[in-house]
Design a protein around this ligand. Structure first.
Ligand SMILES: [Zn+2]
Length: 265
């Protein structure tokens, strides 16, 4: 027997024993999260396994007085594990902590300009991902996404997409691709879509996707990932080649499963 396969099964069994998820609770939870709609029974079972291993290996800490309930932890874990449903939890290796603020938080980062001057740059953020460090979220924004299911908005998917992007160094909009993908096709497709978004904004045209994606290639990938999982029809309509690249990368087709769900209802 492959020892790594054995180790994986043992790790999974231990995680499931330590983080039991009764079927009724799991059903209620996934039913209330828009981006999980359409998952097949088999995909939901796999997601449940991923959630157990995620909770076993990551520490979720509320700060500034925020008490994270069991439901809140599960809501975070379930959405965090959607992007890696068919990739595996090793894609979130190398860091351990998720920090959750009650509300959007203020951060100051030093930035240096070309002349070497470093100044403080202050921002209000709903999430942040540090390379090899914690991932930071604001519960108020998570709750907003849960309540409103706004197409193209999911702060958890956004921040975890940054973590995937950081697997091969600084976040730059190009995570390590699979062997059956072509880096040039990814780069050409996303660059063209990024440029098109910049052009539309410059000419004050309707942007289609969230203008925040035009901030940098890293933000573009994170924003595209939000659309891929929460508004796949819109992404396919606006940028079909981008949808195809993300479908290859995430090894999922959220639009196909939503269409399937609509057919069987
Ligand atoms: Zn971001």
């Amino acid at each position: 027997m492959n020892p790594f396969h054995w180790w994986g099964r043992w790790r999974l069994r231990r995680a499931l024993a330590r983080h039991p998820l009764p079927a009724a609770e799991w059903h209620r939870l996934t039913g209330g999260i828009g981006c999980l709609h359409g998952l097949s029974a088999e995909e939901k079972a796999r997601l449940r396994e991923r959630v157990a291993v995620f909770l076993e290996h990551k520490t979720l800490n509320g700060v500034q007085g925020l008490e994270l309930t069991r439901t809140m932890r599960l809501q975070i874990a379930a959405q965090a594990c959607l992007p890696i449903l068919n990739l595996g939890l090793d894609y979130y290796a190398g860091w351990h902590e998720v920090v959750v603020y009650p509300d959007s938080f203020r951060v100051r980062h030093p930035i240096s300009d070309d002349s070497g001057v470093v100044s403080e740059h202050e921002q209000i953020l709903s999430g942040e991902a540090w390379q090899q460090g914690p991932l930071i979220l604001a519960w108020s924004d998570i709750q907003r996404d849960l309540d409103h299911h706004e197409p193209g908005s999911n702060v958890i998917i956004h921040e975890f997409a940054h973590k995937l992007d950081m697997l091969n160094g600084r976040a730059n909009g190009m995570p390590p691709l699979h062997a059956d993908m072509q880096p040039k096709a990814w780069s050409d497709t996303l660059s063209a879509a990024y440029q098109a978004l910049q052009d539309r904004l410059e000419h004050h045209q309707r942007a289609g996707i969230n203008p925040y994606g035009a901030t940098s290639p890293a933000e573009f990938f994170a924003v595209l990932s939000e659309y891929f999982f929460t508004a796949p029809h819109q992404l396919l309509h606006d940028c079909p080649e981008v949808y195809h690249q993300l479908r290859q990368y995430y090894r999922q087709d959220p639009l196909a499963r939503l269409n399937h769900e609509a057919r069987v209802q």
